[in-house]
Write a protein that binds this ligand. Structure first.
Ligand SMILES: Nc1ncnc2c1ncn2[C@@H]1O[C@H](COP(=O)(O)OP(=O)(O)O)[C@@H](O)[C@H]1O
Ligand SMILES: [Mg+2]
Length: 361
């Protein structure tokens, strides 16, 4: 059970021994034994002052174990030579008759799909892409603002549990969301939006790695455990990829539509087709395609520089028979604004507004 990864050097071994002996001081909230003897710690990694402790528990026990992460950070930070401590919680898949979601076995029997669709939300629109880094979060955030400017009540849910972007986009990189009296969490209100992200409920650096079932549980919390109130639109920044988690999310939230984002050079038809296939499998209508980082605009001269082959998305949309919603240029100032929690420059905002006006749902 105890599986130790470590550096192959004596200094590293000694450090791991010291770490292990300090971990013996901490008690498991599950069985009262120390966390090494109880089998909670599955691995210890130590490299260049950086310690990673992998904790593995039944998914039902995860909430009880979570407070331990702070105790681990505190205990291990006092060791000489340790600069950073990252406890990582992972869930065993439970075996109570249900196949774990995320299992490659697609034929699992699931008579009823548990709903994670909050009440009083008219339309849930997802922003998705087959690949990461194409600007999904940037587009979700700015389109949500454009919809809000049209007088709509808009929520924005950052469903990217592993790499939440909303904390950076909103300039709130520490845990800030507050539980309210009804036991749910109040969203952050900013730029006319109600926003929620995993990054608002756990501190960054407290890395949480959740596998299939646990990931869906965390997503359920974000959807159902947030005080959204009545909304015209909930915009969901989808986790990247086209796997089981994305399909379950699409079905459980009963998405009303999805918008697919791509950059022109990554507009490999195969990628877009994969994304579309997935949403069709989940019976979600594809509202259209957006080309992001279409051309680079020289913000001094206003000149357009075609870096990646502008127009790829428009062509792909036509070939695939889906709507083309428009393009967003590459604005160096948009990147700076996004990374610093500031609002987008006017020229970019204009393009987002135009796209929002074409969303016909
Ligand atoms: N149109 C754009 N112009 C300039 N920078 C952009 C644009 N769209 C996205 N970016 C930048 O590209 C990076 C990736 O964007 P992000 O929205 O996080 O992608 P994803 O959510 O698909 O991973 C970020 O640094 C973001 O600021
Ligand atoms: Mg993102």
């Amino acid at each position: 059970m105890f599986n130790l990864f470590k550096n192959k050097n004596i200094k590293g071994d000694l450090k791991i021994d010291e770490i292990k002996s300090r971990l013996h001081e901490l008690k498991s909230p599950i069985d009262g034994k120390d966390i090494i003897s109880s089998g909670l710690v599955s691995s210890i990694l130590f490299k260049n002052g950086d310690v990673k402790i992998i904790l593995e528990a039944d998914q039902n026990d995860i909430p009880k174990i979570e407070p331990l992460t702070d105790a681990i950070i505190k205990t291990l930070s006092s060791i000489n030579g340790v600069e950073k401590v990252s406890p990582i919680l992972t869930a065993h898949s439970i075996n109570n008759g249900q196949s774990p979601v995320g299992s490659p076995n697609q034929e699992r029997k699931k008579p009823n799909i548990e709903s994670i669709r909050p009440d009083n939300i008219s339309k849930i629109i997802a922003i998705a892409s087959a690949k990461g880094g194409v600007g999904k979060s940037t587009i979700a955030f700015n389109l949500a603002q454009s919809l809000a400017k049209r007088g709509k009540k808009v929520g924005l849910l950052d469903a990217d549990i592993y790499g939440p972007s909303l904390p950076t986009l909103l300039g709130h990189t520490t845990k800030i969301a507050q539980a309210s009296e009804n036991g749910k969490i109040d969203p952050i209100e900013a730029h006319g939006l109600k926003a929620m992200s995993m990054g608002f409920v756990v501190n960054q650096g407290q890395a949480l790695i959740w596998r299939g079932p646990m990931l869906l549980k965390a997503l359920t919390q974000l959807f159902m455990g947030t005080n959204w109130g009545a909304l015209d639109y909930l915009v969901v920044d989808m986790p990247p990829g086209t796997g089981d988690v994305q399909i379950s999310l699409a079905q459980q939230a009963r998405l009303d539509g999805v918008i697919i984002v791509s950059t022109p050079q990554e507009m490999a038809l195969a990628d877009v087709r994969r994304g579309i296939d997935m949403f069709q499998k989940a019976k979600v209508s594809v509202l259209g395609l957006i080309e992001n980082m279409s051309v680079l605009i020289d913000e001094n001269s206003g000149a357009e520089i075609d870096l990646f082959g502008k127009g790829g998305a428009k062509k792909a949309a036509a070939e695939l028979g889906i709507n083309y919603l428009g393009e967003v240029n590459f604005y160096p100032s948009l990147q700076k604004a996004s990374d610093n929690g500031q609002v987008a420059p006017n020229s970019a905002t204009k393009q987002f507004d135009e796209i929002a006006n074409r969303i016909d749902i």
